[in-house]
Design a protein around this ligand. Structure first.
Ligand code: FES
Ligand code: FES
Length: 160
């Protein structure tokens, strides 16, 4: 694809999408404003907060830093796509139990990151704390979030 091409095809949440627009527009804006996938949040726009985390080909990335054209032909998943997954549901329940959510602004990005890590524990060197280093939470603190992940892992190990 030419860098000036303003038509971009990608798969979003299992659906093939042909999008037309400014190729350097942030993917986060395309998702929220054009495709109405507002579960992805925008905090800093500088790659610091992780609120805009989505999966691109299974890897968590900051969608505020990705020009739409750079996602051409990729498979993109937003938090809207994860909610029917059993592991994701277990994570939601565990977060509620541990109090891993307060204002909730960081939560979609954190949930996408944690879900990716639960799918592939080799990500981030296998360490969930490292997995969260790109997601800032100003109000909950990380202990309750990590406890929630530990609950999901323990339930998996014990077959519950
Ligand atoms: S909005 Fe993308 S990292 Fe903060
Ligand atoms: S719950 Fe408020 S920023 Fe994380």
């Amino acid at each position: 694809m030419s860098s000036l091409d303003n038509k971009v095809s990608f798969q979003i949440n299992g659906r093939q999408v042909r999008w037309e627009g400014d190729p350097v527009r942030a993917l986060a804006d395309v998702l929220r404003e054009d495709l109405e996938l507002t579960g992805t949040k925008i905090g800093c726009r500088t790659g610091e907060c992780g609120a805009c985390t989505v999966l691109i080909d299974g890897q968590p990335v900051n969608s505020c830093l990705i020009p739409a054209a750079a996602a051409a032909d990729a498979e993109i998943e937003t938090i809207e796509h994860l909610q029917d997954q059993p592991v994701f549901q277990r994570l939601v329940e565990a977060m509620a139990q541990t109090g891993g959510v307060q204002c909730g602004f960081c939560t979609p990005g954190i949930m996408v990151t944690l879900w990716a890590w639960l799918q592939d524990r080799t990500l981030f060197g296998g360490d969930v704390t490292s997995a969260l280093k790109n997601n800032l939470c100003r109000c909950t603190g990380y202990r309750s979030i990590i406890s929630a992940v530990e609950q999901v892992v323990e339930a998996e190990v014990s077959g519950r």
